[in-house]
Design a protein around this ligand. Sequence first.
Ligand SMILES: *Cc1c(COP(=O)(O)O)cnc(C)c1O
Length: 400
Amino acid sequence: MQTYNLPDEGGHFGTYGGVFVAETLIAALDELKAAYRAAKDDPEFQAEFMCELKHYVGRPSPIYHARRLSEKLGGAQILLKREDLNHTGAHKVNNCVGQALLARRMKKPRVIAETGAGQHGVATATIAARYGFECVVYMGLEDIRRQTANVYRMKLLGAAVVPVESGSKTLKDAMNEALRDWVTNVSNTFYIIGTVAGPHPYPMLVRDFQTVIGKECLTQMPEAFGRQPDCVIACVGGGSNAMGIFHPYIPHENVRLIGVEAAGEGIASGRHCAPLTANAKPGVLHGNRTRLMQDADGQIVETHSISAGLDYPGVGPEHAWLKDSGRAEYVAITDDEALGAFHGLCRQEGIIPALESAHAVAYAMKIAPTLPKNQLLLINLSGRGDKDMHTVAEASGILL
Ligand SMILES: *Cc1c(COP(=O)(O)O)cnc(C)c1O
């Protein structure tokens, strides 16, 4: 077994990761690093985290054998890790619970977050209500217009949603604005980042909180199926649900790890958000060095995916490293393929997946028929599709 202990002290995964922020944030990140190190080694912190995941989130999430879908495909067995059954309907809440406990431990009464589609904003607002924090969510004006239901959800939960009018008025601008707020209010504010991105230690601690997914699989797989899977498949936006299920499997070298990015209208069209599949060059965004969708001048280019949660021009630095090292493979699935898998899972199994998760299902459906029936494909079903009704209806030419 390969030992695995990244990132290093400076937050590096090979040449990726690190800390690229304004001077004023260095002290805050050092404080966070120290607090996280202490919490990680504190059995009381870990016990409370596990207790909250059990009683508030509803963990452990089951692994479900999609028998009808597997039979129809006629090859490998499709197994679904049901993160869609979590409270709030996706994996994001795992990380929010962890960071909220950290905020409380650091005596920060105010939490802030950035959000694109609104999923991380809703998870943060939920957790802020649960722990009694003041909560401010930064969201691009464009996204506020597109995601009215999630904006209302956040407000119901007591959060203030601040419109961001700079740049393209979307996720990356919201993230910049949240970083600015943090610089100004660092003494009483905790910044809850929603994926395995941002400056060190965020990619590490978000991953660690999400590894509850993969750790559960390590015990559930032998119990229910007699052995570990042959393949673990997860969609990759920033990469947190994928890191959560991949990481505990890294030392299991005969388990293939496959990350599925969004090919949008096709890699060749340029309208996608698949930096790893498209072999995008390294660059710096949101405090870390990673592979980024950029033009010849290094400007971030506009990205596209039918699933808002995958629509991010970068990817967590650890994924860039896993790709370069060859330990994980990265592929991409188009909007149309994801929609096909979405409808397939609805009709074959009675499960309406999030469009993000449908990308992982689509890739599994692509390779399953080419593999023997005794092969086990474990797919991280990162969330449920209630939030995607309008998008899916519109794609079918139906106005709800
Ligand atoms: C946000 C989201 C994603 C993408 O985020 P990762 O950090 O890549 O996991 C995937 N699936 C669902 C359901 C989401 O809400």
